[in-house]
Design a binder for this molecule. Structure first.
Ligand code: NAD
Length: 496
């Protein structure tokens, strides 16, 4: 990181102009009726700026100009290599503006600036570059089916891709969608969460600077129920890709059915089990990672290790270790490079998390760390919370809290661990800690989840898909597989 002191970041804050309009047709645009909504920083409750609240009419205009840009061929028909070079140039510009981008993320959703810089932007820049480099390495097929005819199976862009994204990783999760859709030749209309539009708006400006033609990437701002719903029901949208809550994901399926039956790709919530056996190869590492898995990003992770399943023989050791880890976190201003643990993203979300802790306190489970009261400081802070004695069917083990609240469940053997782990409506992340290879293999086969980590947590790479099953959604992002949803196959037969 280039800026190592809080004062450096405060100065950058003073020197930075925040985006104030939507990014449509390569320029900053207001809502037609001038409507705006305030954007509040979770760091201190300050109103950072006001941003357009796009109406259904604004959305329709953004989509139809994305459709016109697609039809013009200015992007959809240029060579894949040219598209790739624009993405690579975009990644370079994001790298040049990495401090500013990290600042915007920290201001809008409260992520510690060091995490925004080191983790979120690393993934964002790397993934855009990865898709850029992939652009000219994709092949079509020509199966040798017949002697008197030639079949070509070509992958074509779908048209306008709508992407709706959440606030917990505003850049990374938008980047799970944008470069894959763009490299395939589509145009994109992105609606970031109303809590965190700044970084994506700035990134779209940089995309234009990198040479992305006007209309190819549009970013619209506004609420989910108005702006998001208008986008999801627009008949000019060919494909909808979403990351967010399960409830909204289900609603989007209705929107599709009520409009043009567009495919809807969903990355939804989770309640990931993290299973520790006494033969974990490095118990200290397993314990530290269990703490990290619920504290990272203040627990606002779809993959948070929010169900910690611990073998009874090591239960007390793990509880003590995780408690010590969480107590040692440096809670503070997200702009302070020393901060490990920032606020929750909004006052409403903080209150929801505290309400869940309060409900947990009413049960047989024991709150061994944390409180159902906010921390006494500016911003939307809560203390990390640990519940022990949680039962598999308890709300604490079933409901996604999306905050720093870990439920610890004891088990006696492998079968019981699997039964608890799979007793969930979700199926996103999962982890198992053991040095027994056969146990690791068997458990990873039996876990009903899209992602399994053995003796690690949250491992990932651009080249590897990320996604879940059951109510965690379908249609993973990243990797070459992430491209499939943004293309459609065409079969062409030629008599020879
Ligand atoms: P959310 O579902 O409330 O909002 C996500 C997006 O949907 C936002 O842009 C929002 O404005 C929009 N939206 C809300 N209502 C809408 C509607 N009626 N029509 C259209 N759009 C609408 O989610 P959130 O609170 O921003 O994020 C937290 C959720 O996201 C958690 O459930 C978390 O698990 C999930 N998530 C999943 C993944 C994953 O990859 N599986 C990653 C991160 C977050």
């Amino acid at each position: 990181m280039n800026l190592t002191q809080l004062d450096d970041w405060l100065k950058l804050r003073d020197d930075t102009n925040l985006p104030s309009g939507m990014w449509i047709d390569g320029r900053s645009v207001s809502a037609e009726d001038g409507a705006t909504s305030p954007l509040v920083s979770p760091r201190d409750g300050e109103v950072l700026t006001r941003l357009p609240a796009a109406s259904a009419g604004d959305v329709a205009r953004a989509v139809s100009s994305a459709r016109a840009a697609f039809d013009s061929g200015i992007w959809s028909r240029v060579s894949p290599r040219e598209r790739g070079l624009v993405l690579i140039r975009w990644a370079e510009l994001l790298e040049e503006h990495r401090d500013e981008m990290a600042l915007l993320i920290a201001l809008e959703m409260g992520k510690p600036v060091s995490v925004a810089w080191n983790v979120e932007l690393k993934t964002t820049i790397g993934l855009i570059r990865w898709y850029g480099e992939l652009a000219d390495k994709l092949m079509d097929e020509s199966p040798r089916g017949k002697g008197d005819a030639l079949a070509l199976v070509t992958r074509e862009p779908v048209g306008v891709v709508a992407a709706i994204t959440p606030w917990n990783f505003p850049m990374t999760l938008s980047t799970f969608k944008m470069p894959a859709a763009l490299v395939a030749g589509n145009t994109v209309v992105l609606k970031p969460a109303s809590q965190s539009p700044l970084s994506v708006l700035r990134a779209a400006q940089l995309a234009t600077e990198a040479g992305l033609p006007d209309g190819v990437l549009q970013v619209i701002t506004g609420s989910g129920p108005v702006t998001g719903a208008a986008l999801a029901t627009d008949n000019n949208v060919a494909t909808l890709t979403f990351t967010g809550s399960t409830d909204v994901g289900k609603q989007l399926l209705h929107y599709s059915a009520e409009s043009n039956a567009k495919p809807v790709w969903l990355e939804l919530g989770g309640k990931s089990p993290n299973i520790i056996f006494p033969d974990a190869p490095d118990m200290a590492e397993a314990i530290k990672t269990a703490g990290w898995a619920i504290a990272f990003n203040s627990g606002q992770m779809c993959t948070a290790g929010s169900r910690l399943l611990v073998h009874r023989d090591v239960h007390d050791e793990v509880v003590t270790g995780v408690t010590d880890y969480l107590r040692a976190l440096k809670v503070g201003d997200p702009l302070d490079p020393e901060t490990d643990f920032g606020p929750l993203a909004s006052r409403r979300h903080r209150d929801d998390v505290l309400a869940e802790i309060s409900k947990g306190v009413q049960t047989q489970a024991k709150l061994v760390l944390g409180s159902d009261q906010p921390l006494d400081r500016a911003g939307w802070f809560v203390e990390p919370a640990i519940f022990t004695g949680v039962k598999a069917d308890d709300r604490l083990a079933q409901h996604e809290i999306f905050g720093p609240v870990v439920s610890i469940l004891a088990f006696d053997d492998e079968d019981e661990a699997i039964a608890i782990a799979n007793n969930s409506a979700y199926g996103l992340g999962s982890a198992v800690w053991t040095s027994n290879l056969s146990r690791a293999t068997q458990i990873s086969r039996r876990l009903d989840a899209g992602l399994v980590w053995v003796n690690c947590f949250e491992e990932g790479d651009y080249s590897v898909p990320f996604g879940g099953r059951k109510l965690s959604g379908h249609g993973g992002d990243k990797s070459v597989h992430g491209l499939e949803k943004f293309t459609t196959t065409k079969t062409t037969w030629m008599a020879v």
